[in-house]
Design a protein around this ligand. Structure first.
Ligand code: GTP
Length: 681
């Protein structure tokens, strides 16, 4: 345990985590001794040219450290390559590992073991707010976190959030502050360092490590900080080494079944032994036991080692078929010691985050429902923020049921709009499934009050996530909608425009503060439903792309509002999945936009398509799509019936009747573009 360091990266989206972790892999990774030494050499060479860091009087000491490291790496790789050679053919099977988790061997003076090598377990995390759950999950497995900032942008909206998340952990990780992209001309490392130390209560701006993944600057310094400042994981209080306990860090499903990345908390995990699963929320004493089939390290290529020791992170396969049994945070224990108490630090962070948006997902292919179900189930194993709440055989009245328009679908809860997009993309990229996702909805709280004309004796509240349950026009009820806190950072010149967008989207309690000379922070409470619809795009538009947005828990979490459900009808028939809720004063203008957009994106038919929007008992907007005009009077360029007038009339009459029939029973196919019309109103 002493020679182990568990750490992760946290940062605002696109601030360069993945690029920097790739560089770390390049230096420490499993890619051959020569390359590694070359990378290390380049890294050091570039560092010496970096004026931000040269006058600290460490360069001589640092370079003797580097040459010692080179020697150690060389020795290490002799050993490691030997291991790889002997294992490669039959043992290093193609196992798909999420690149986000890797173990690295790194020679360092702070190692206490004879080899002088530290095992670094590195967990990458996504930066976007929608994946906050993943960030919290990663933080719960580490003792150190590198908070990374883009040296051209400094603190951005999600920098706050991830920083606060790290600070609020039960056992907060050691925070290492670093900035990256300092190779860019627009980099302002000194300004960024000063702002960061002021706003994130970080005492010493000089200790923020400047790096560049592109120019390989500061990588060694960063690794050095991890090795010296991040403490090794603490052994479990009751650990005497005799009981194997491991925690699932990640899991995924492939053709060979469920694979888990685990962190060994005590004892050792060895092929041939048996283990049992202790689910995060289970008190079940009747646990099934499994034989451990394959165990190895992820360096970051998988290397079968047959055994994992305390503190190591690696993969394990034990014949598990049901992916849902291997959620991150799940504890594995050796079967002979089952029932021994398991004390896991930072356990509270494994709680599932409630979905904030719900949508239904339908296959584009008419008979693709089964394939879709299977793909979504597999995706849900990889993406813990997804909530697949119903494997729908939904009634045709439901807005989740496409009814005659979309066919059967799945109901899925998401963490935000980007999450929805990523989900759709992954269905296509990883499973070859094109899916239609209906516009996501927030859950509304409706309270029904007793009146003279209804049978209600006491007020009661219902939460509806499906607009088909919205009460009929004329019913008396009060609506509360979910609220969310938004934090926006934008350059000072866009202050007016940002405030206008927040107000337009019904933002409340707006506060603005200068962060530094160039940037302002805006905070407000907003209805979730408004943030979902187009808000991010509007913000990017009015700030020329410079505004960044993050969300936090709303206060209050619910707010009463005057809202109307807008039904969209095609040729008089309500299309549940296209309905939406608007703030009543905006219902008509939004309905007009949606009808207009639908007119543009719905395919033309043999018959006229009338698009109407209806709210509070009235039609409030309407558009028409003209029919294709089929020329029934000519055939192969010649006039049918030789120009006979009565024959012409007959043909036109026949065509008119045919169109009326088609219009009545006509089906309009709904594409993703149709649903996007509702999202971007
Ligand atoms: P998410 O995982 O999506 O949050 O992104 P990330 O934080 O992992 O950022 P990523 O590494 O994908 O980098 C974002 C962009 O910045 C990419 O276009 C990179 O090429 C660029 N980038 C990353 N590091 C550097 C750097 O050191 N210098 C320069 N010039 N560009 C960089």
């Amino acid at each position: 345990m002493e020679d182990i360091r568990n750490f992760c990266f946290i940062a605002h989206v696109d601030h360069g985590k993945s690029s920097l972790s790739s560089r770390i892999l390049e230096i420490t990774g499993n890619m051959g001794r020569e390359n590694q030494i070359a990378a290390l050499q380049t890294a050091k060479g570039e560092d010496d040219n970096n004026s931000f860091n040269t006058d600290n009087g460490q360069s001589q000491e640092a370079s003797s450290k580097i040459s010692k490291q080179r020697e150690q790496i060389s020795l290490l790789y002799d050993t490691l390559l030997h291991v790889i050679d002997t294992l490669s053919v039959e043992q290093e099977r193609g196992i798909t590992v999420k690149a986000s988790t890797a173990s690295l061997l790194y020679p360092h003076p702070s190692a206490v073991g004879e080899e002088g090598v530290l095992l670094l377990n590195m967990i990458d995390t996504p930066g976007h707010v929608d994946f906050g759950r993943e960030v919290a999950r990663s933080l719960s497995f580490v003792q150190g976190a590198i908070l990374l900032l883009d040296a051209t942008q400094g603190i951005q909206a999600q920098t706050w959030t991830v920083h606060e998340r790290a600070k609020s952990m039960e056992n907060p990780p050691e925070l290492i502050l670093a900035m990256t992209k300092i190779d860019l001309e627009a980099a302002r490392p000194i300004d960024v360092a000063l702002t960061v130390s002021e706003w994130l209560n970080h005492d010493d701006p000089d200790s923020i490590i400047p790096t560049s993944a592109r120019s390989r600057i500061g990588i060694v310094e960063l690794l050095d900080a991890v090795c010296t400042r991040v403490p090794p994981p603490k052994p479990l209080a009751d650990d005497d080494g005799s009981i194997m306990r491991a925690q699932v860090v990640d899991s995924w499903y492939d053709e060979r079944g469920v694979n888990c990345i685990v962190q060994i908390l005590s004892g050792k995990l060895e092929e041939g032994d048996r283990l049992s699963i202790v689910a995060a929320d289970s008190t079940d004493k009747q646990r099934q036991s499994y034989s451990i089939q394959e165990v190895g390290l992820v360096l970051p290529k998988s290397i079968r080692t047959s055994i994992l020791q305390r503190g190591q992170m690696g993969y394990v396969r034990f014949g598990l078929k049901d992916p849902r049994q291997a959620d991150p945070g799940t504890i594995l224990i050796d079967s002979k010691n089952e029932g021994k108490e398991v004390i896991i630090p930072n356990r509270q962070n494994m709680d599932s985050t409630k979905s904030v948006l719900y949508a239904s997902v339908h296959p584009e292919e008419e008979d693709g429902f089964e394939d879709l179900c299977e793909a979504v189930e597999r995706l849900a194993l990889n993406d813990k923020g997804l909530e697949v709440s119903k494997t729908a055989d939904m009634g045709s009245n439901s807005s989740e049921s496409g009814g005659p328009f979309l066919g059967p679908g799945l109901r899925v809860g998401f963490q935000g709009l980007l999450h929805v997009e990523v989900f759709r993309q992954r269905l296509t990229d990883e499973f070859g499934i094109d899916a239609v996702v209906t516009p996501p909805k927030v859950p509304y709280h409706l309270t029904f009050l007793p009146t003279k004309s209804n049978n209600i004796t006491e007020p009661y509240t219902e939460v509806i996530e499906d607009l088909a349950e919205w009460p009929a026009y004329g019913t008396k009820f009060k609506v509360e909608e979910p609220m969310v806190g938004v934090r926006i950072m934008a350059p000072v010149e866009y202050t007016g425009a940002v405030m206008e967008v927040i107000t337009k989207k019904r933002g409340l309690n707006l506060e603005s503060t200068p962060l530094d000379e160039d940037t302002w922070i805006f905070e407000a409470q907003m209805p979730w439903a408004e943030v979902v619809v187009n808000f991010h795009d509007m913000l990017k538009n009015v700030t020329a792309g410079y505004g960044s947005l993050d969300t936090f828990e709303g206060n209050p979490s619910l707010m009463e509002a005057k809202l109307s459900k807008v039904d969209i009808q095609l040729n008089g028939e309500s299309v549940g999945p296209l309905s939406f809720v608007s703030h009543t004063p905006n219902a008509q203008s939004e309905a007009r936009i949606v009808c207009k957009k639908l007119q543009e994106v719905l395919p033309r038919q043999q018959f006229v398509v009338v698009i109407q929007a209806k709210a509070d008992g009235k039609i409030i907007a309407s558009e028409r799509i003209r029919a294709y005009r089929k020329d029934v009077l000519t055939k192969s360029g010649k006039m049918v019936g030789g120009g006979d007038i009565s024959r012409k009339k007959k043909l036109l009459e026949k065509q008119k009747k045919g169109k009326q029939r088609a219009q009545k029973g006509g089906k309009v196919t709904l594409s993703q573009a149709a649903f996007n019309s509702v999202i971007s109103r």
